[in-house]
Ligand binder design. Structure first.
Ligand code: ADP
Ligand code: MG
Length: 273
C-alpha cells in the first residue's frame, strides 16, 4: 500500500476551514498516508467546464485511498478569500484593475495560509482555479497587461507553480448551457459534492458575452501549449471519462512521490454520473 510512516500523524480535519470554501474530501479517515513530498494540482477552464465537479471527485478518490488531500477554491479557501469571492463574483461595477487585485489578494492569502503550509506537510493540495485564471480572464478576456498580471501573480505566490494543471476545455456554448441548468445552491459554503456550483447571484462571469468566453478559452489553450505541467482534457465528454483522463496524469505523480502503484490502478470505488 502507500508508505505509512508511523511517526507522522495524520493531518486532522479542520472544521473551521470547511466553512470557508475548503473541504477535507470524504469522510475523515483515522490515518492518512503521507507522500514523500507535497503535490499541488490546479483546475482551470471556463464556466461550467466541470472544474468543481472534477476537483471534488479527485479529492474524494485520493481520500478513499487514504491519502491526505485538501481541496480549496479560488477565490476562497480562507475567511478573507470567501469575503472577496462574495464581492468579486457579484458586483458588476468593479473595474478590471480592481477585479484583478481582488483575485490576487485572495490568492496571496490562500497560498500563505493554506497551500504552502499543506505542501510543507507533504499533503496533496487541489485548488479549483489559480494563477492561470487571472491570465485567461483578466488578461486574455479583459485585456489587462500581461506583465502586470505576471508581477501580481508572483507577489501572491512567491513563484509557487502547480505540479499539474488540468485544463478542462470545451466550446463555451456547451459548458455555459450546463451552468444555466444548474439549480442555485442554497448553501455555497463548501465545494463538496459533485453537483456543487456557484450561486445564481455569483454568476457575473457566466453572463459575459460569448466573445468573452471564447477569448478566455483561446487564452487557456495558448497557455497550455507552453509547459509540461498542463494536462488538457476535453470537457464535453462524460464525467467518468474526464475523471479517468485526470487520473492517468495524477497516478504517476503519486507513484513518483512514494505511493504504491497497485491500489492506484484499481477501479474507482464510488462512481457517479
Ligand atoms: N462532463 C460533464 N458532462 C455534463 N455535465 C457536467 C460535466 N461535468 C460537470 N457537469 C455539470 O455541469 C455543471 C457545472 O459543473 P461545475 O463542476 O460546477 O463546473 P465549473 O466548476 O467548471 O464551473 C454542474 O451541474 C455539473 O454537474
Ligand atoms: Mg466551479
Amino acid at each position: 500500500m502507500i508508505p505509512n510512516d508511523a511517526n507522522q500523524s495524520s493531518t486532522p480535519v479542520q472544521p473551521d476551514l470547511m466553512s470557508n470554501g475548503t473541504a477535507q474530501a470524504g469522510a475523515a479517515p483515522h490515518q492518512s498516508f503521507k507522500l514523500t513530498k507535497g503535490l499541488f494540482i490546479t483546475f482551470e477552464g471556463g464556466e461550467g467546464a466541470g472544474k468543481t465537479t472534477q476537483a471534488s471527485r479527485l479529492a474524494n478518490r485520493l481520500k478513499e485511498l487514504g491519502l491526505d488531500a485538501q481541496l480549496a477554491r479560488e477565490p476562497g479557501g480562507t475567511a478573507l478569500g470567501e469575503q472577496i469571492r462574495s464581492i468579486v463574483k457579484r458586483d458588476t461595477r468593479i473595474g478590471t484593475a480592481a477585479e484583478t487585485l481582488l483575485f490576487v489578494a485572495a490568492r496571496a492569502q490562500l497560498v500563505s495560509e493554506l497551500v504552502k503550509p499543506r505542501l510543507r506537510r507533504k499533503s496533496i493540495v487541489i485548488v479549483d482555479r489559480f494563477v492561470d485564471s487571472t491570465i485567461a480572464y483578466q488578461g486574455y478576456g479583459r485585456g489587462m497587461k500581461m506583465e502586470h498580471i505576471a508581477t501580481l501573480n508572483q507577489i501572491a505566490t512567491g513563484g509557487l507553480t502547480p505540479d499539474l494543471t488540468v485544463l478542462l476545455d470545451a466550446d463555451p456554448n456547451v459548458t455555459l448551457s450546463r451552468v444555466e441548468t444548474t439549480p442555485t445552491l442554497i448553501d455555497d459554503s463548501t465545494i463538496k459534492g459533485e453537483r456543487s456550483g456557484d450561486r445564481a447571484d455569483e454568476r457575473k462571469f457566466e453572463r459575459e458575452p460569448l466573445s468573452f468566453h471564447e477569448k478566455v478559452r483561446q487564452g487557456y489553450q495558448e497557455l497550455a501549449r507552453d509547459g509540461k505541467r498542463w494536462c488538457v482534457i476535453r470537457a464535453d465528454q462524460a464525467q467518468h471519462r474526464v475523471a479517468d483522463a485526470i487520473w492517468k496524469r495524477v497516478r504517476p505523480l503519486l507513484i513518483e512521490r512514494g505511493a504504491d502503484a497497485e491500489p492506484l490502478t484499481r477501479k474507482q470505488g464510488v462512481s457517479s454520473e
